[in-house]
Write a protein that binds this ligand. Structure first.
Ligand code: PNS
Length: 159
């Protein structure tokens, strides 16, 4: 079975992430969305909340599942039986760091990274920008699923 991992923080998932996951799901038998547990960075949403939102947003894709991981991405890939990591590239500015990580990952374990050009509709999009827009009352409905927008608004109102 050809499996791929789509890793990230997903705090929260955006339509840009979903575009990559959906396209990857057509190329691989199974896609595992790997949510990084980063103890040194507090997110807006807990890992459980991020997994929940990702599960809901990808419910229509029968070959996509979600899981959390900590430590090295290559160890997570090995545990999942995935030989490939899929990364979306939004712009050339993403490339430098992504290339370094891809080369480190192949050196560490032979896990390949495939870069997928982001849909131009989302080439400027990031979870951080969406959080800022919603925080200040802007309309982010084109950039996240409706239920994610509602959860964002509710969470940011509390903060
Ligand atoms: O959504 P993000 O925060 O840009 O995702 C970054 C992520 C999770 C892909 C990256 O930080 C990662 O792979 N972290 C796991 C730790 C690791 O394997 N580090 C060495 C990579 S060369």
């Amino acid at each position: 079975m050809r499996r791929a991992v789509c890793p990230g923080s997903f705090d929260p998932v955006t339509n840009g992430h979903l575009d990559i996951v959906e396209r990857a799901s057509r190329l691989f038998d199974e896609v595992i969305i790997g949510v990084l547990i980063n103890h040194s960075k507090t997110g807006l949403f807990t890992i459980e909340e991020r997994l929940e939102m990702l599960s809901e947003a990808t419910a229509a894709y029968t070959n996509v599942r979600v899981a959390a991981f900590h430590g090295l991405l290559v160890d997570f890939c090995r545990a999942q039986g995935a030989a490939v990591v899929i990364k979306g590239l939004r712009a050339v500015s993403d490339f430098d760091y992504e290339l370094q990580m891809a080369q480190m990952n192949i050196g560490l374990s032979g896990v390949e990274t495939l870069f997928m050009p982001t849909n131009p509709l989302y080439s400027f999009l990031s979870s951080s920008l969406v959080k800022d827009v919603v925080k200040w009352g802007g309309d982010a409905s084109a950039y996240v699923p409706d239920f994610v927008g509602e959860r964002l608004a509710a969470r940011l109102k509390q903060n």
